[in-house]
Design a protein around this ligand. Structure first.
Ligand code: NAD
Length: 358
C-alpha cells in the first residue's frame, strides 16, 4: 500500500525528531512492503519566518490532502513577543480545527525499565501502569462563549462550558472502541456533583455503553478524585474518557508520573482515518540542534499513526517492541539517563539503535 504523510517539522527540536521518525517509517516500509510518501509543510515559527503566518494556507491544504499528519513541535523564544494570534502556538489550534480533530489519545505508560524515573513510591508502581487517556478536543469550555462584562463588583470575565449529546456520544464511542482493543475498562471522569454538562456527559456515556458496548466495563469518577487516584493507584486505570479541560490537566499529570516527557506520543483523530500525530512535549529550544533530544515520543507517535490511521497493527507493534528492547538493553537518552551512570545516546544514535531492533 502507498500512504501520503504530511510532515510538519516545526521549530526547536521538531526537525530532528521528525526526521528520526521518518527514518524509522522508511525502514518499516521496506520490511513490510509499504510506500510512505513524505511532503513537508511549514508550521509555527518556521512558517512565520518564511511567510509571516504561523499556519499558511498551503499547510492546511497539504494536510487535508494527505492520508495523515506527523507533527514535531512549534514555538520558541524568538517568537514569544508576537501578539497572540500571530504566535506559533496559534497554528496548533488552527490545524486541529481545520482537520476536525475531536479526539486526543494520550497514552501514559510506565516502562518497567524506567520505573526508577517515576516520582511515585516504588511500592505504588512496582507493576508499572499503562493508561490511555481519551480527551475530547474541540468542545467544552475552551471553545464556549466567553467575554468581559460589568458585574456586581465591577468588571468580570466569564467562560462557558457547553457539550452537546452528539459531542459526548462520539468521544464515548472512541473510548469504548479503544477499551475493546485493550483491557475492556473505561473510567469516565466528570464533575457531575456540580456541573450540568457533566450530568449530561455521565448520562450519555452510560446510555451508549449499555446499549452498544455491554462487554466493556464502565465506571464514573469525579475529577478531583481522579487527580488523587492517578498518584495513589495509577494501575487501576485502563481507558479514561473525559472532557477537553479535565483531559488537558489529567493527561499532563499522567505524563509526569511516567517520569519521561521525551517518551510520550499522542494522536488526534476525527471521524475519518486522517489523524495528526505528535509527541506531547514542546519544541525544547534549550536543546535544539545539539543531537541530544529524545526522538522516542515522535517515533512512537509514528507507530500510533500506523495503528490508528492505516490499520497496520503488526508494523506498529514492531516499532513499540523495538523501543521496549532498546530500553530493556539499558540504552538511554540524556533525559532518561537519571543517575544510572550510563552514557546517554544522541538523537541519531537512538534512531539507529531502534532501527536495528525492528
Ligand atoms: P518543552 O516540552 O519544550 O520542554 C520542557 C523540558 O523538557 C525542557 O527542558 C526540554 O529540554 C525537555 N524536553 C522536552 N522534550 C524533550 C525531548 N524530546 N528530549 C529531551 N528533553 C526534552 O516545554 P517548554 O520548555 O515549556 O516549551 C518550549 C516551547 O515549546 C514553547 O515555545 C512552548 O510554547 C512550545 N510548546 C509546543 C508544544 C507543541 O508544539 N505541541 C507543546 C508544548 C510547548
Amino acid at each position: 500500500m502507498e500512504y501520503n504523510i504530511a510532515l510538519l517539522r516545526g521549530d526547536g527540536i521538531g526537525p530532528e525528531i521528525v526526521d528520526s521518525a521518518v527514518e524509522v517509517l522508511e525502514v518499516i516500509g521496506e520490511k513490510y512492503g509499504h510506500k510512505f510518501n513524505f511532503t513537508p509543510y511549514l508550521i509555527g515559527g518556521a512558517a512565520i519566518d518564511e511567510t509571516g503566518e504561523p499556519l499558511p494556507k498551503e499547510t492546511v491544504e497539504g494536510c487535508l490532502n494527505s492520508d495523515s499528519v506527523l507533527l514535531g513541535a512549534v514555538g520558541g523564544p524568538k517568537w514569544d513577543t508576537l501578539p497572540g494570534d500571530k504566535r506559533p502556538e496559534k497554528a496548533l489550534l488552527g490545524i486541529r480545527s481545520a482537520l476536525g480533530l475531536f479526539t486526543n489519545l494520550r497514552p501514559a505508560k510506565l516502562y518497567p525499565a524506567l520505573s526508577g524515573d517515576c516520582p511515585l513510591r516504588p511500592d505504588i508502581v512496582k507493576n508499572g501502569f499503562d493508561i490511555m487517556i481519551v480527551r475530547e478536543l474541540t468542545g467544552g469550555i475552551y471553545f464556549g462563549d466567553r467575554g468581559y462584562r460589568e458585574g456586581k463588583y465591577g468588571q468580570e470575565a466569564y467562560d462557558t462550558e457547553c457539550y452537546s449529546r452528539m459531542e459526548i456520544e462520539r468521544i464515548a464511542r472512541v473510548a469504548f472502541e479503544t477499551a475493546r482493543k485493550r483491557n475492556g475498562n473505561v473510567i469516565s471522569i466528570d464533575k457531575a456533583n456540580v456541573l450540568e454538562t457533566s450530568r449530561l456527559w455521565r448520562k450519555t456515556v452510560h446510555e451508549i455503553g449499555e446499549s452498544d458496548y455491554p462487554d466493556v466495563k464502565c465506571q464514573d469518577m469525579l475529577v478531583d478524585n481522579a487527580a488523587m487516584q492517578l498518584v495513589k493507584n495509577p494501575a487501576q486505570f485502563d481507558v479514561v474518557v473525559t472532557s477537553n479541560m479535565f483531559g488537558d490537566i489529567l493527561s499532563d499529570e499522567a505524563s509526569q508520573i511516567t517520569g519521561s516527557i521525551g517518551m510520550l506520543p499522542s494522536a488526534s483523530l476525527n471521524e475519518s482515518t486522517r489523524g495528526m500525530y505528535e509527541p506531547i512535549h514542546g519544541s525544547a529550544p534549550d536543546i535544539a540542534g545539539q543531537n541530544i533530544a529524545n526522538p522516542i515520543a515522535t517515533i512512537l507517535s509514528a507507530a500510533m499513526m500506523l495503528r490508528y490511521s492505516f490499520s497496520l497493527a503488526e508494523e506498529a507493534n514492531a516499532i513499540e517492541n523495538a523501543v521496549d528492547s532498546f530500553l530493556n538493553d539499558g540504552l538511554r537518552t540524556a533525559d532518561i539517563v537519571g543517575d544510572s551512570g550510563k552514557t546517554p545516546l544522541g538523537t541519531t544514535e537512538v534512531t539507529a539503535e531502534i532501527i536495528k531492533r525492528l
